[in-house]
Design a protein around this ligand. Structure first.
Ligand code: TYD
Length: 135
């Protein structure tokens, strides 16, 4: 697996009768330092989010609660990852087209990001994305 491939990362899990605990540290459990976190919640049924790629930003996406599907397209191949546990997540390198959908009721998506928010870092046009990617 190359440096720039998406992959599922399983996080530490401290099992406890009082309730379980998981955690993550940037550059240790995920392959980048964390500059920003954000979360997506109260998603109405049937909605989808995040049809875009980033030029620089890398992300790690966890379903802290409930479930949803992350669809990734690398310019050639599309792959769907179903996230439904709070102790693993999906690493999404920069340069990968991603969308998130099929949110369950009350699902909570938590995202750790490598860069500060910057609209200029987004590519929101899929046709242009494919063109830039494949020449
Ligand atoms: P966007 O990234 O397009 O959402 P999604 O990919 O989940 O569909 O962001 C939606 C809006 O929120 C957009 O106007 C930019 C703003 N936003 C910020 O101001 N800061 C952030 O960290 C993020 C992720 C979004």
């Amino acid at each position: 697996m190359g440096n720039k491939d998406p992959y599922i990362i399983e996080l530490p899990k401290i099992l406890d009768e009082r309730g379980n605990l998981s955690f993550l540290e940037g550059e240790k459990h995920i392959p980048f330092g964390i500059n920003r976190t954000y979360w997506i919640y109260d998603v109405p049924g049937g909605e989808s989010r995040g049809g875009h790629s980033y030029k620089k930003n890398q992300e790690f996406i966890i379903a802290l609660s409930g479930s949803f599907d992350v669809t990734l397209h690398d310019g050639v191949t599309e792959k769907v990852y179903s996230l439904n546990r709070s102790y693993y997540g999906l690493y999404v390198p920069n340069g990968i087209w991603r969308s998130i959908g099929n949110f369950s009721t009350n699902s909570l998506a938590f995202i750790a990001a490598s860069t500060d928010f910057n609209e200029d870092d987004y590519e929101r046009n899929f046709e242009k994305y494919l063109k830039d990617k494949n020449g």
